[in-house]
Write a protein that binds this ligand. Structure first.
Ligand SMILES: Nc1ncnc2c1ncn2[C@@H]1O[C@H](COP(=O)(O)OP(=O)(O)OP(=O)(O)O)[C@@H](O)[C@H]1O
Ligand SMILES: [Mg+2]
Length: 310
């Protein structure tokens, strides 16, 4: 049974379509990912689903409630965590959670129990009585996630839950999110980290310019681009190299990424020497070169001709 049904959901800002007739269903208990580059429309989608932003057109049914006709009912059963940390610095961890719990109508012994459980889940039990202003960035981040869960929502919206975290903190948040799902919460998360979508999500919708360009399990998406291999080069590569690489026979796509470049080809062995020669001709020093299986990044490159991050 779908718990979220998005129907032709659209948002236009000043004549520009930020979300363009989005259709999507999310199943109960699913951990669903919206993966896309900056400006794809992920946050706008989450803002509409959480009834903070009015759609221009279309609607969504969230656990039986229409977001346009029953926003109050929708707000009662969802949890929302955005990047803006909304914690009170002068309150302790427990006080912050209690405050937000009360806002959601959780009270008394039930609230105390829930606060304790959540602090345990986000590994802040030993800091229950510390003021938030004494917390590290990572601790604040975990407490902010906890706030979204205090009222035991049926559905949790996480907008870029690991943006700006270092790799260790990111791993710990990933485990937290898995724990939330294990508690029975349906989760919609947005991310522009393909590893995150790949590792965490049951299904992923790849979004670009307000539209879904691909949808499936991470494995399905990777299979969908056919028998391609990726030559991944870590190097500081100039943009003009791309044009050269694309001229090599059997190179399907070539893109500069934040770490270097990626060349998609059905025959890595055959094109490898020419790729290396093109780099050498441009005087590019390589930090490493690997032939790897396609990732969700390559699915995005194949579909849009651009890198997720550039
Ligand atoms: N309040 C607003 N007013 C005008 N334009 C907006 C507003 N909010 C978003 N947009 C525009 O809508 C488009 C989608 O933005 P959105 O924030 O949904 O993208 P995103 O996928 O969340 O990107 P990011 O990865 O950078 O968070 C962008 O072009 C953005 O400039
Ligand atoms: Mg966003």
């Amino acid at each position: 049974m779908p718990i979220v049904e998005i129907r032709d959901l659209s948002k236009t800002f000043n004549g520009r379509k930020a979300v363009d007739r989005l259709n999507l269903t999310i199943e109960e208990g699913e951990l669903f990912g919206l993966l896309g580059p900056n400006g794809a429309g992920k946050s706008t989608t989450v803002a509409m689903l959480s009834t903070v932003l009015q759609p221009t057109d279309g609607t969504a049914i969230v656990s039986g409630h229409d977001i346009r006709k029953r926003p109050k009912e929708v707000r009662e059963i969802i949890g929302v965590v955005t990047q803006d940390v909304g914690l009170y610095d002068d309150l302790t961890a427990a006080e912050n959670l209690a405050y937000f719990g009360k806002l959601h109508g959780v009270e008394g012994g039930k609230l105390r129990k829930r606060v304790n459980k959540i602090l345990d889940i986000v590994q802040l039990k030993d800091r229950t009585k510390s003021r938030v202003k004494t917390f590290s960035g990572g601790m604040k981040h975990r407490l902010n996630l906890a706030v979204g869960l205090i009222h035991k929502p049926e559905i949790l919206f996480l907008d870029e839950p690991t943006a700006g975290l270092d790799p260790a903190a990111r791993l710990s948040v990933w485990e937290l999110i898995k724990g939330f799902q294990a508690e029975g919460t349906t989760i919609l998360l947005t991310t522009h980290y393909m590893e995150e979508a790949d590792y965490l999500c049951d299904r992923v919708a790849i979004m670009d310019q307000g539209k879904i360009v691909a949808l499936g399990t991470p494995a399905e998406l990777k299979r969908s681009i056919g028998k391609l291999e990726v030559i991944e080069v870590k190097a500081r590569a100039p943009k003009k190299l791309v044009a050269k690489l694309r001229k090599i026979r059997k190179v399907e796509k070539a893109e500069i990424t934040s770490e270097g470049l990626r060349v998609l080809t059905p025959a890595a062995d055959a094109v490898l020497s020419q790729v290396v020669k093109s780099l050498a001709d441009e005087g590019v020093h390589m930090d490493s070169l690997n032939i790897i299986q396609p990732t969700l990044e390559d699915v995005f490159i194949k579909l849009t001709g651009r890198a997720l991050r550039d």
